[in-house]
Ligand binder design. Structure first.
Ligand SMILES: N[C@@H](CCC(=O)N[C@@H](CS)C(=O)NCC(=O)O)C(=O)O
Length: 423
């Protein structure tokens, strides 16, 4: 008789058990007509898991909650199951990687994911911390996988099942190719795992997010901006910070269920442009010598003022930039949050000065003749800069654009501490 697993059919925590069951040869079926937010609120369900979370497994000997415990239970139904390795030390390593997958990978992915889902308040510094902790874990995982196909031993174990299901949430919604390419062995591992027949049967075709999931219900509390018009320079900073607070938390119902499909970005509906952003990015990246004659010249030949616009930005609070690495981190965080605009933007951010306070100035190329609304809505850093549209009929402004793309030094008479590129 099949064991019954209570969960929706797109729940990555339930996948752990379903995949382990495939490897183990145990029959597990999803509870029929399970409806997230309804079925897990009934008094019968709360008897099985008092906090009403899924998955829960019903067995002839009682119920089990917590997805890792359920997957372990199913695995142990077969004596000497290779999913647990073949020695006591293998067993310890399987447990080690299950904990690592849960506490270092999943926990940080969830901290990144939940605010974007609108489940808890979205706070950029908290997101930055979650991403930094996640990268630290992925870096360690990447090093391990540089010389190992599997986490433990020479075949799939329960550790690989738990790790892959946890990574799946990240690959599906948050970790774009630009993000994961820093961890090539993790990429190779993930795609190898999800293409194993027993994984594929449960997960289906895994897909990588093309952009980081936007913050849901990210509408600012009041006064939506009507255009890309910059705010007056003397606007108090507190106002900008306040807007970081998105809507208050909604009751969590479907937590890790797949979000609704995104509506098409209006920028994809603009008339085609002769300028192909990726071509420019390639030219920029591939030009190693004669930058002026090749890349800059190429840029102006490609540039299409009908389909794109150029913007200068100036950080409003340069007097606070007293510590070099803090300033660099701030700019790095901005570029990370601009990930959502990767398909529609190119940017150059200069950190200027031989000593503190450092000035931060930038140049951005955006698809469309205005700064895209979704960028203004979603990326809170935009508020921290004054924005000025480049007038390309003004040769001095054009020259400034060229210098910024080129990282020309000195820039406006000062050395550069760093130049960061968004491409
Ligand atoms: N640590 C738990 C997490 C379970 C969990 O967060 N489940 C989500 C769906 S994937 C849920 O039931 N959320 C509903 C709620 O929070 O009320 C496990 O691994 O089973």
């Amino acid at each position: 008789m099949a064991l019954v697993l209570h969960a929706g059919n797109k729940n990555k925590n339930a996948y752990k058990t379903l995949i382990a069951a495939e490897y183990t040869g145990v029959q597990v079926e999803l509870a029929p007509n399970f409806e997230m937010g309804v079925s897990n609120k009934t008094s019968e369900f709360l008897k099985m898991n008092p906090i009403g979370k899924v998955p829960v497994l019903e067995t002839p000997d009682g119920t089990v909650f917590e997805s890792n415990a359920i997957a372990r239970y199913v695995t142990r139904l077969k004596a000497d199951n290779p999913l647990y390795g073949s020695s006591i030390i293998d067993y310890a390593h399987v447990e080690q990687w299950i904990d690592f997958a849960s506490l270092e990978i999943d926990a940080n992915l969830i901290s990144w994911f939940k605010p974007r889902m609108g489940r808890v308040v979205y706070l950029p510094p908290a997101e930055e911390a979650a991403i930094a902790a996640l990268k630290r874990a992925l870096d360690a995982l990447n090093s391990h996988l540089a010389s190992n196909t599997y986490l433990v031993g020479h075949s799939v174990t329960l550790a690989d099942i738990v790790m892959t299901c946890n990574l799946l949430l990240g690959f599906n919604h948050l970790m774009t190719k630009a993000f994961t390419s820093e961890f090539p062995h993790v990429e190779r591992y993930f795609w190898t795992m999800v293409n194993q027949p027993n994984f594929k049967k449960i997960i289906g075709e895994a897909k990588q997010a093309e952009s980081v999931m936007p913050v849901q219900s990210a509408k600012k509390p009041s006064q939506p901006k009507e255009s890309a018009k910059p705010k007056p320079k003397d606007e108090p900073k507190k106002e900008a910070k306040k807007e970081v607070q998105k809507e208050p938390a909604k009751p969590a119902e479907e937590e890790e269920e797949a979000p609704k499909p995104k509506p098409k970005n209006p920028l994809d509906l603009l008339p085609p442009s002769k300028m192909i952003l990726d071509e420019w990015k390639r030219l920029y990246s591939n030009t190693k010598t004669n930058f002026r004659e090749v890349a800059i010249k190429g840029f102006w030949e490609m540039y299409d003022p009908e389909g794109y616009s150029l913007w200068f930005c100036d950080y409003k609070y340069n007097d606070e930039n007293t510590v070099s690495f803090v300033t660099l981190n701030k700019v790095g965080g901005f570029l990370q949050r601009m990930d959502l605009a990767r398909k529609y933007a190119f940017g150059k951010m200069l950190v200027i000065g031989s000593g503190p306070p450092f000035k931060v100035k930038g140049l951005w190329l955006f698809r469309g003749t205005e700064i895209p609304k979704f960028v203004l809505d979603e990326c809170y850093d935009m508020e921290l800069y004054d924005w000025r549209k480049v007038d390309i009929s003004d040769e001095a402004q054009k020259e400034r654009v060229s210098q910024m793309i080129e990282d020309a030094e000195p820039f406006e008479g000062e050395p550069l501490l760093d130049a960061k590129c968004f491409k």
